[in-house]
Design a protein around this ligand. Structure first.
Ligand code: SF4
Ligand code: SF4
Length: 86
């Protein structure tokens, strides 16, 4: 019984999604005029999509970003915005 459940779970985990699970209709962007280079967003991004040097403008790598929105919530200078494609 347990073996069957585990085998089904493993099979499901191996299946490739038919479509990219990351939404394509929006993205996150750091506003160069507002970013203070505090490093907060870089530390909080769990996929390492944000790079930059302290006190300079940080950038989001769109290829790595999974669009979770966490960085936007954590930026105390409101420098990160969500851009919707219409
Ligand atoms: S948290 Fe905000 S101000 Fe700080 S580096 Fe990131 S975008 Fe810039
Ligand atoms: S939206 Fe999420 S994955 Fe993308 S840069 Fe911000 S914290 Fe990282």
């Amino acid at each position: 019984m347990l073996k069957n459940i585990l085998s089904r779970l493993i099979k499901k985990a191996d299946e490739k999604p038919e479509t990219n699970p990351v939404p394509a209709h929006y993205r996150y962007q750091i506003n160069a005029d507002e970013c203070r280079g505090c490093d907060r967003c870089k530390k909080i991004c769990k996929v390492g999509a944000i790079s930059g040097e302290r006190r300079k403008v940080y950038v989001i790598d769109e290829e790595k970003c999974i669009k979770c929105g966490t960085c936007m919530k954590w930026c105390k200078y409101k420098a990160i915005q969500r851009l919707d494609f219409v």
